[in-house]
Design a protein around this ligand. Structure first.
Ligand SMILES: [Zn+2]
Length: 64
């Protein structure tokens, strides 16, 4: 069976030098929040980052 995969854009932190906001793509696979492209995930790949947690708070039907 093919898994459904899609992405959400979550707002990150503001760059102190440029003042620009950063955005991260959070990946959802079959209603499970599975990954985020931010640095925190590269350091701690087995714990959800704040973007994944925030998406989970907004969209309660998704698991994390
Ligand atoms: Zn993240």
């Amino acid at each position: 069976m093919k898994m459904k995969k899609w992405q959400y854009r979550e707002m990150g932190s503001r760059n102190k030098k440029t003042g620009k906001l950063s955005y991260y793509n959070v990946t959802v696979v079959d209603y499970h929040i599975s990954d985020c492209e931010c640095m925190a995930r590269q350091f701690r790949p087995y714990s959800p980052c704040k973007h994944m947690k925030r998406l989970h708070e907004k969209l309660g039907h998704l698991s994390i």
